[in-house]
Design a protein around this ligand. Sequence first.
Ligand code: SF4
Ligand code: SF4
Length: 135
Amino acid sequence: MTAPMPPGQDCLQCGRCCERWGWGQKGIAEDLIPWLTSGRQDILRHVSILLADGTKLSGTSLSMADLPRIARIRYWQDPDGKELQYCPFFWRSDDGRSWCRIHDVKPRVCRDFTPWNWKNLEYYGSCPACRDKAP
Ligand code: SF4
Ligand code: SF4
C-alpha cells in the first residue's frame, strides 16, 4: 500500500490487498533482521520458521545465529503456532480506511506489492486504484 504509484494514482486504502494476500506469504531472512535487532517480539510471535533440519519454531525463539539455517519463513501464525488466515497487523479505522500497524518495518513481500506495475490481472484487477487507471 505504500510503494510509489504513478502520478495521479493514489492508493485508496481499501485494504483489499492485505485482506486477500496479506497472509500465507513467504518471507525472507532479511525481513527478520530489524525485528530481531530491535526486539520486536510482537511481530516475531506471528512468524513461523522452518529450519533446514526440519525443526519448526516461532520467530520468538529465533536468534541471529539461526538465520543461515532457515529453510522457510511463513506469515502469519498465532502465538501458539497455528496458521492465521489474516494479517494480525491489518487494521481498519472507523472511516473505513485500512492501515498497517507495522508499516515502517513490514516485510519485503508487502513493501514490494506494487500491482500498478504488474500485468497480472488477479492482482491488478483487484486493486480499485489500479482499475481506475486501466486502459
Ligand atoms: S503486514 Fe501490513 S502491509 Fe503486510 S499484509 Fe499486514 S497489514 Fe498489510
Ligand atoms: S488494493 Fe489497491 S487501493 Fe486497495 S489498499 Fe491495496 S494498493 Fe491500495
